[in-house]
Design a protein around this ligand. Structure first.
Ligand code: C5P
Length: 232
């Protein structure tokens, strides 16, 4: 599994996104398009970034009845992204339907990864709001295992969980980990964070980095620092 740094392009317009990407002359970082940018600009933003030669993780976190997810994934697979995702809470039947929808007539498909429990959910909110009374670590591993059994390629998880996910689901089951900060940086609203070097050590396959790169005085240097710490 090739390790890579994915930049979370959390912008609300194509204009801001391209002003940011234009700084990367000669480089084509792996880019994450989330709900904010997708809802602002629609599928054209995916096509335009793809045309510029970037790999794309389309982070739309689908969660609906299996038939709706299957048909939506079929539409998304035509955008030719490299990675997309859904909520494992939608059940195994929904995840299997997603794989079916995402698979193109020639048998190829983007990587499909699952969100287990959002890192914004803690034990207390899971118990009180969702009435799930198992320890959150056990819930995360159970959802990861369900994703694997449904044929998915991996999960989004906290870097702190990446090692355990690999122990439970195998080394080739991909871990995509946000919540990354430089040792000397601001942690902002992320609670449980790791540096790129620590994420590498613990076995993350991809790190998703937003503000430490997008809000840096020199975003290209910040990206290169991530790559040097995580990939090399
Ligand atoms: O700016 P920052 O590095 O915190 O951005 C992290 C990115 O990862 C954001 O796009 C955020 O939505 C996403 N993310 C996260 N935690 C998750 C899933 C996704 O921070 N559990």
């Amino acid at each position: 599994m090739g390790k890579d740094v994915i930049i979370a392009c959390d912008f609300d317009s194509a204009e801001k996104t391209f002003a940011f990407l234009d700084k990367f002359t000669g480089k084509k970082p792996f880019v994450k398009i989330g709900m904010e940018l997708y809802y602002a600009e629609g599928p054209s933003i995916v096509k335009e970034i793809k045309k510029r030669g970037h790999k794309i993780f389309l982070d739309l976190k689908l969660h609906d009845i299996p038939n709706t997810v299957k048909k939506s994934m079929a539409v998304l697979s035509r955008l030719d992204v490299d990675m997309t995702n859904l909520h494992a809470a939608g059940t195994k039947r929904m995840m299997e339907a997603a794989i079916e929808g995402l698979t193109r007539p020639d048998g190829t498909r983007p990587m499909l990864i699952a969100v287990t429990q959002l890192t914004s959910t803690d034990q207390e909110s899971m118990e009180n709001d969702l009435l799930i009374h198992e320890p959150i670590d056990k819930v995360v591993m159970h959802y990861a295992h369900n994703a694997m059994e449904s044929g998915l390629d991996g999960v989004v998880c906290s870097p702190l969980e990446a090692g355990k996910v690999h122990d439970t689901c195998g080394k080739s089951f991909v871990t995509v980990t946000p919540g990354v900060r430089f040792a000397d940086g601001d942690i902002g609203d992320q609670k449980r964070v790791m540096t790129p070097a620590e994420a590498k050590k613990i076995g993350s396959d991809y790190i998703v980095v937003g503000r430490p790169i997008t809000a840096a005085a020199d975003p290209v240097a910040a990206y290169e620092r991530c790559v040097a710490e995580f990939c090399e």
